[in-house]
Ligand binder design. Structure first.
Ligand code: AR6
Length: 175
């Protein structure tokens, strides 16, 4: 049996404007919203996403979602079937947290596949408020995307907000 390799696509833009099966959110462990991508997703997706997040906090995730893990909710008014919330690590000079960032991408892709997703859009997790250097973050994202590209996935789309992030992902893809 042959498997079609997944398309890894780079787009410059706003992740909340994408039409895909799954939009991944760079959340924090409270799951109750924040700035950056998280703020944009909750604003654009509407209150249903937050309601789902509150339900998760009241049931399985009383202490919040651990760094590196991923969980799915409704996508509310976004043009997607689900939002997968994952908690990236805060960048540290002293400690190598790369495995946690890789886990965000890996767990999100595994969950997306369980949900039957063919198309998934990711932001550059941890590279904003959490301070992760772009080239390193892009390298980890592309490596994990290539390794987790089984069916039913057809497209993994990285949605990069600015030119700097876009170029870092282009460099990572060329490797
Ligand atoms: N679409 C695509 N990319 C975006 C968008 C957007 N609408 N907005 C920002 N980016 P960040 P983090 C880029 O800060 O570093 C929140 O408060 C941004 O330029 O959203 O993982 C959470 O609640 C950057 O390259 O996420 C957490 O507390 C990338 O998305 C914390 O921030 C990620 O930036 C998470 O920090």
């Amino acid at each position: 049996m042959t498997t079609t390799p997944v398309d890894i696509v780079l787009v410059r833009g706003d992740i909340t404007e994408q039409t895909v099966d799954v939009i991944v959110n760079a959340a924090n462990s409270s799951l109750l919203g924040g700035g950056g991508v998280d703020g944009a997703i909750h604003r654009r997706g509407g209150p249903e996403i937050l309601e789902d997040c509150r339900r998760l906090r009241a049931s399985h995730y009383g202490k919040g979602l651990a760094t590196g893990r991923a969980v799915a909710t409704t996508a509310g008014r976004l043009r997607a079937g689900h939002v997968i919330h994952t908690v990236g690590p805060v960048w540290s000079k002293e400690e190598d947290r790369s495995a946690l960032l890789a886990s965000c991408y890996g767990q999100s892709l595994a969950l997306a596949r369980e949900l039957g997703a063919e198309t998934v859009a990711f932001p550059a997790i941890s590279t904003g408020i959490y301070g992760w250097p772009l080239d390193s973050g892009a390298g980890i994202a592309v490596r994990v995307a290539r390794a987790h590209s089984g069916p039913p996935l057809k497209e993994i789309r990285f949605v990069l907000f600015d030119t700097e992030a876009y170029q870092a992902f282009e460099r990572a893809l060329q490797k």
